[in-house]
Ligand binder design. Structure first.
Ligand code: MD3
Ligand code: FE
Length: 202
């Protein structure tokens, strides 16, 4: 069930499904200490996707810009440690996709509710673009939008389901991508979708 989408991107359909209950349980533990919140973009608008982080640094946005920060600006505390279940799954997925020794220092956790969307963007706040990004989808299905090297490239639409894992590296690492407006429904995670993205940020 490993399928290359385009050079550099590997879809591992259902790869995380057996681990999903444990991942969701650890997600609850992280959010108890670092709650999901709708961060504000530099333009001043709150995002419709709620976010939190675990690991030694976390991705944040506010009026001053985007950055990786070792502290949760909402609590002033370090982000919760990355749970072993998260770390192991990310390492195994990277290995299947051909990346040995993937050691993420950050996991951005996104929570989508019906109506939430993520507009087209690039992930370029990390220092090392040679390291892949591993993303894990849990809960409701979503339509992932996958563009090209410029914002003008018309995106491909890919449905991502509960338990799907995608490993993005090489020529796919800096492509534009986003998530279309989430629809309602029931799922093992309730009426929402979570996405965990594992990164080497520093
Ligand atoms: C392709 N998250 O957090 S995950 C993000 O479903 C983000 O929540 C989406 O985009 C989500 O930044 C998509 C898939 C993903 C993540 C990072 C990528 C695809 C990527 C980086 C480069 C290319
Ligand atoms: Fe992204």
């Amino acid at each position: 069930h490993a399928m290359p989408l385009r050079p550099g991107a590997m879809l591992l359909g259902g790869f995380a499904a057996p681990d999903a209950p444990a991942l969701l349980e650890d997600l609850r533990r992280v959010e108890a200490r670092a709650p999901f919140r709708n961060m504000v973009t530099p333009g001043g608008w709150p995002m419709s996707v709620a976010m939190t982080n675990c690991g030694s640094v976390g991705w944040v946005t506010d009026r001053t810009g985007y950055r990786y920060d070792p502290l949760d600006p909402q609590t002033g505390e370090p982000w919760p440690a990355m749970p072993e279940t998260f770390r192991r799954l990310a390492g195994r997925a990277a290995e299947v996709a051909g990346y040995r020794g993937f050691e993420p220092d950050s996991c951005l956790m996104n929570r989508y509710e019906p109506g939430s969307r993520l507009s087209l963007h690039q992930d370029r706040n990390e220092l090392d673009f040679d390291a892949p990004i591993v993303s894990v989808s849990l809960g409701l299905p979503a339509t992932f939008l996958w563009g090209g090297a410029t914002r003008a490239d018309r995106p491909m639409r890919i449905r991502l389901f509960h338990g799907d894992v995608v490993v993005w590296g090489g020529p796919a690492r800096l492509t534009f991508h986003g998530v279309d407006t989430l629809s309602g429904g029931e799922s093992p995670a309730g009426e929402r979708r979570y996405n965990l993205t594992f990164r080497v940020a520093r």
